[in-house]
Design a binder for this molecule. Structure first.
Ligand SMILES: [Zn+2]
Length: 625
């Protein structure tokens, strides 16, 4: 008993020391005043608490206080009365749930709702001795924190755990006297667990962390293969950053009627070659084994989809797609089904699910897909209730990768269709003699756009792009095979995003694998910047990226990468790149001589290793046509 009292006394002395010795804390200043604390509401959400911790951690790191425990950091206070606290403070939260923030906003006449800022916009505003970070969503505060840190010189180019961040050192930390009003151009800005299992916790956390720092707001997770479940995925890490969870994707085949019903109700199951068969595909891919024109069978499948959402209510964007692959000949061939196009019966199903969930899950959207045979707009069916709670994932899978979407080249079929003729059939639902209007990406989008307008569609459209190395192999496009994602043609990404915005497309995702940060995270990072603002000054972004990453070697490295990306982008055969690589090597060599040892030298080493990989690839005979 005596011993534990003594420990208690020591603990009290230590606590007092921590409180009485403010010199131990990081010094953070704003508008000439010492910042005393970070304040969040008494009932702050998990995302807001995380936002406050992120701010605390990074401010501590900038001031050199990292690793010194709580004493090196600004304290985080939970209070609904921030205005009564003495001295200056940073207050973060949303006015809907935080009375202190609501009073501050009302007194200053700040508009911070979704009408003013979209779902994810934010404001940073100094009000006297308070620096307020606020917006309409919990994640708005988190995004505002990352903006504030960037204004202090932090950069979130790549993954924190992979050396992709820049954190400068200043003591004291001077927060610039900012007034910031930000609203994203694109409503949905995605990352995904493409080609890595969600159960890879380390990778999932790294990608989720990078996404939030770059103001992406949605994470596609697809535990849809045999043995994969949501329970294996660290969704807590996604949710604490306030990201929307989209998924599970290609699972329609899993929602088929119970095969035990076949004995009494063979009519629920598909007719193929004159016979009803009960073939269930519990695995990814496969076929949706039900007769889509049998209303009882449809009811069972819709019921299974609704049950799935009931078991996984954290899904914000409920994606239900047909199997990934052509469904030609695999569908029910009964007379009634044969009269419907795949897009028609699929949208009938989607309409039913959307109707069933709208009352119980008003915030949940149903994601449907325009892909393969379903890439042709429906003929007879329209989105019910104007598709209010729908999000269409429109796959841009026949584009010319070298030209912007609104260029003439995309009003003609992409060159690779000449050596991939089967795609012409699959993507047009087996149309005979498809023409430019059926095959060219621009026309294909315009056909969907007309269909959606004619349907008075009030849902959203997210575009899925395919700049990835898998496409390099499957379409035999060597230019996409050098790095995981990209390169885009010079200026092409900004021009595409401006076009998409003008077309009313509200979101974007690249079907890329992560990490996608070799030789540097440029393409991922640039996409995130332009999703937020397609009019951003790309030249300024480029200069900042290279200066911060490569320091004294920035000029050489920026010229090197400009030459490398534009060179790769134009290759028709991998070997075309060799002369360009030889020319560029001088810049790399010079960068190596001027770079100081340490982080910059390491980054140039990564570029050198990527250069060697490009040389090796260019020397190999490739599969280009
Ligand atoms: Zn049928």
């Amino acid at each position: 008993m005596k011993l534990s009292r003594r420990y208690l006394l020591i603990a009290k002395i230590l606590l007092l020391t921590a409180i009485l010795c403010p010199l131990a804390a990081a010094e953070v200043r704003c508008a000439g005043k010492r910042v005393e604390r970070i304040v969040i509401g008494a009932h702050a959400s998990e995302v807001e608490r995380f936002a406050a911790q992120q701010l605390q951690t990074y401010l501590g790191e900038i001031s050199g206080g990292a690793g010194t425990g709580d004493a090196g950091h600004l304290p985080i206070i939970q209070s609904d009365d921030p205005e009564t606290l003495p001295g200056a403070g940073i207050v973060l939260g949303q006015s809907a749930s935080d009375p202190g923030v609501a009073r501050l906003c009302a007194a200053a006449g700040l508009k911070v709702d979704a009408a003013a800022l979209g779902d994810d916009g934010y404001r940073i505003q100094r009000l006297g001795s308070t620096l307020l970070l606020t917006g309409p969503q919990p994640r708005s505060s988190l995004f505002a924190v990352y903006h504030l840190l960037e204004s202090c010189g932090v950069r979130f180019f790549g993954y924190r755990a992979r050396g992709g961040e820049i954190v400068p050192h200043h003591d004291p930390v001077e927060i610039p006297d900012l007034t910031v009003v930000e609203k994203p151009a694109m409503k949905y800005r995605f990352v995904s667990a493409n080609n890595f299992p969600g159960s890879d916790r380390e990778k999932l956390v790294n990608v989720a962390d990078w996404a939030a720092k770059n103001r992406c707001n949605a994470f596609t997770l697809s535990p849809s293969r045999a043995g994969q479940t949501w329970e294996q995925i660290a969704i807590d890490e996604v949710r604490k950053r306030g990201l929307l969870i989209a998924g599970p994707g290609h699972v329609l085949a899993q929602f088929t009627p119970d095969p035990a019903l076949f004995a009494t109700h063979p009519e629920y199951f598909p007719l193929r070659d004159g016979q009803r068969i009960a073939r269930v595909s519990p695995d990814w891919g496969g076929v949706p084994s039900f007769c889509a024109s049998n209303s009882h069978a449809m009811e069972l499948v819709v019921g299974k989809a609704v049950d799935y959402l009931e078991s996984h209510p954290f899904i914000g964007l409920f994606a239900i797609y047909p199997p990934d692959g052509s469904q030609h000949g695999a569908q029910c061939q009964c007379e009634a089904c044969a009269r419907q196009s795949p897009s028609d019966w699929y949208l009938t199903f989607i309409n039913r699910v959307a109707h069933e969930i709208e009352t119980k899950y008003p915030a949940t959207k149903v994601m449907w897909i325009s892909y393969n045979e379903c890439g042709v707009p429906p003929k007879a069916v329209r989105p019910a209730d104007s598709g209010r709670n729908l999000v269409l994932l429109w796959c841009n899978d026949l584009r010319n990768f070298h030209e912007p979407m609104d260029a003439d080249a995309n009003r003609r079929p992409a060159p690779y269709l000449a050596w991939k003729p089967r795609l012409k059939a699959i993507k047009t639902d087996w149309m005979e003699n498809p023409g430019d209007r059926d095959l060219a990406a621009w026309h294909r989008w315009k056909a969907w756009s007309s269909f959606l307008h004619a349907s008075d569609y009030r849902g959203d459209v997210v575009l899925l792009e395919y700049y990835n190395a898998h496409v390099a192999n499957s379409l035999r496009l060597p230019s996409l095979g050098f790095c995981q994602s990209g390169p885009w043609p010079p200026g092409g990404m900004a021009r595409d995003f401006q076009f998409y915005r003008a077309e009313g497309i509200a979101g974007w995702q690249n079907c890329t694998d992560y990490y996608n940060d070799a030789p540097n995270p440029y393409w991922n990072w640039l996409a995130a910047q332009l999703l937020w603002n397609p009019d951003a000054d790309v030249a300024r972004l480029d200069a900042d990226f290279h200066e911060r990453l490569y320091g004294t070697a920035a000029d050489d490295m920026q010229r090197y990468f400009a030459g490398l990306w534009s060179g790769i982008e134009r290759v028709e055969k991998a070997s075309d790149l060799l002369p360009r690589l030889n020319e560029l090597e001088d810049l790399l060599r010079h960068a190596e001589t001027v770079a100081p040892p340490g982080d910059v030298a390491e980054r140039i080493k990564a570029a050198r290793s990527f250069h060697a990989h490009c040389v090796e690839r260019a020397q190999k005979p490739d599969a280009s046509p």
